[in-house]
Design a binder for this molecule. Structure first.
Ligand code: SAM
Length: 476
């Protein structure tokens, strides 16, 4: 195996995700495991809220000293509050097509799975899905597609984005479309940016090259470099908000955690801006997929500790947890740094407009949190979070470096908090159950009382406008 030297500024996958550096970091952390003095120093640095290196964060993750772990939890929560407040942004995935040419062994969409009925939505079907999502109250979507150059070409994705943005049903509208499609070329990324997408999301699946190549035996996704260097192409193509993640369970979590943070270091070094979001998907049972076959599944305790350590290591990144996780796990994760969650999700093509399709046979994987969006909103409110449907930042061109600057100096709250409250009021007025509406309006009143005068005035004015039906979509 060729030797590479870790170089975060390199554009070569094996240099910025350097296998030897990952292995040496794990050995170093094992050697210094539970070194209380070192851990205290790292925590002291972490309290400055400027992030940690991959090695420092790994030492936190690997320690098993109860007093240090208590401090990690407390700090992760504090950092979440300092950078993202008590707001939790809500979104839903929208599966457009499950045609796929790849051979990902853990995903039922893989090309050789003949049990999976293949579906690709027409623009009319997309319209029905979007109306169903708008009627739930969603404003932000993540588009999901298998990779299939013939069935799902980029033009189909672009046309679908255009369709989605144009649909206005009652007071509904989708105001931010994030896109999770296979790695592509720079020109295609530019076209996605021009189509008005929010974040481009791509999970690395696993950063371990050997494992990656084994788990992706066929199809264009087999190419580890194409996958690992995709965010660089996206950035060069003009997408400055990128969302990274690994699929936990595919390789050892220590490897993934370390490499993920090296990816963050690379993006910061080369583009001066870290990932807009970090997702933490975990492998789920799916048609023909038994997660037990993947030896690297992680326990809930390790999973939430990973979340806490990522939060501390990358304070400015939004952190996403999906309905792959149970209510209980999500509750724990929300206390440790998560800032975005999905709700009321379906992972099948056409699942929102055909909810009674008992077979749900085009579903990508089993969902663990099956609650409705209204139940999720109520639960968030009950637990002291502010559910937010805000999509203002990218519409106000607060993206990439600009967003990160505002986030890093903790001034993003001045925009996000008023916007979150107004978007929540829209939800309460247009879609909520009476129980959720009552609780939500009480919480909004408490939050408005904490705002500076100018923001409070702006919010109060538009809260009234929303309630009186004078308008929607007010934001700073
Ligand atoms: N096709 C796109 C690509 O190649 O990147 C992404 C779309 S896919 C619908 C979204 C993500 O689902 C994948 O990146 C993978 O991490 C995740 N996924 C696949 N199989 C899964 C499973 N069995 N359990 C949980 N997540 C899974």
């Amino acid at each position: 195996m060729q030797k590479y030297k870790y170089n975060p500024s390199s554009l070569v996958a094996d240099e910025f995700i350097c296998h030897d550096e990952v292995v040496e970091s794990i050995e170093f952390a094992q050697h210094h495991k539970n070194d209380i003095e070192l851990l205290k120093q790292i925590l002291k640095k972490a309290r400055e809220e400027k992030g940690l290196s991959h090695r420092e964060a790994l030492l936190l993750l690997m320690n098993d000293l109860p007093e240090i772990n208590q401090q990690i939890k407390k700090l992760a929560k504090q950092i979440k509050l300092d950078f993202y407040g008590n707001r939790i942004v809500l979104f839903a995935p929208l599966y457009l097509s499950n045609y796929c040419v790849n051979g990902c062994t853990y995903c039922p969409y893989h090309a050789v799975n003949k049990n999976m009925p293949r579906k690709k939505m027409t623009q009319q079907e997309i319209e029905s899905e979007v109306i169903a999502l708008q009627d739930m109250g969603h404003k932000r979507l993540a588009l999901e597609l298998g990779e299939h150059p013939v069935m799902n070409p980029l033009d189909y994705v672009l046309e679908s984005i255009d369709t989605i943005y144009k649909i206005k049903h009652k007071n509904g509208s989708i105001r931010r479309v994030n896109v999770n499609i296979a790695a592509t070329d720079e020109k295609s990324y530019t076209k996605l940016k021009d189509a008005g997408i929010g974040t481009y999301i791509l999970f690395q699946e696993t950063y371990n090259r050997e494992r990656y190549e084994k788990l992706h035996p066929t199809g264009p996704k087999h190419d580890y470099n194409r996958q690992t260097e995709a965010m660089d192409r996206a950035m060069r193509g003009g997408i400055d908000d990128v969302g990274i993640g690994v699929l936990f369970g595919l390789s050892t979590y220590l490897y993934e955690f370390t490499a993920l943070l090296m990816h963050v270091e690379h993006l910061k070094t080369v583009f001066n801006v870290g990932p807009h979001t970090i997702s933490v998907p975990r492998l789920r049972p799916a048609d023909g997929i038994n997660p037990a076959l993947f030896a690297d599944c992680i326990s809930d305790d390790i999973f939430v500790k990973i979340i806490a350590c990522l939060r501390i290591a990358v304070p400015t990144a939004g952190m996403i947890i999906s309905t792959r996780e149970s209510k209980e796990t999500r509750e724990r994760a929300l206390e440790l740094g998560i800032s975005q969650i999905s709700g009321g999700s379906k992972t099948s093509v056409g699942g929102y407009s055909n909810p009674n399709d008992e077979n749900n046979d085009s579903a990508q994987f089993d969902i663990c949190d099956n609650r409705t969006l209204d139940e999720i909103v109520y639960w968030l409110l009950e637990n002291g979070h502010i559910p937010s449907f805000c999509t203002a930042c990218y519409r106000k061109h607060r993206t990439g470096e600009q967003f990160m600057k505002l986030c890093a100096n903790k001034s993003i709250h001045h925009f996000c908090h008023p916007n979150a409250l107004l978007s929540l009021q829209e939800y309460l007025t247009d879609y909520a159950s009476s129980q959720t509406k009552t609780l939500g309006e009480k919480v909004i009143a408490q939050e408005v009382a904490k705002l500076p005068d100018a923001s409070a005035k702006f919010v109060l004015q538009h809260l009234a406008d929303i309630k009186e039906g004078k308008g929607r979509d007010f934001y700073l």
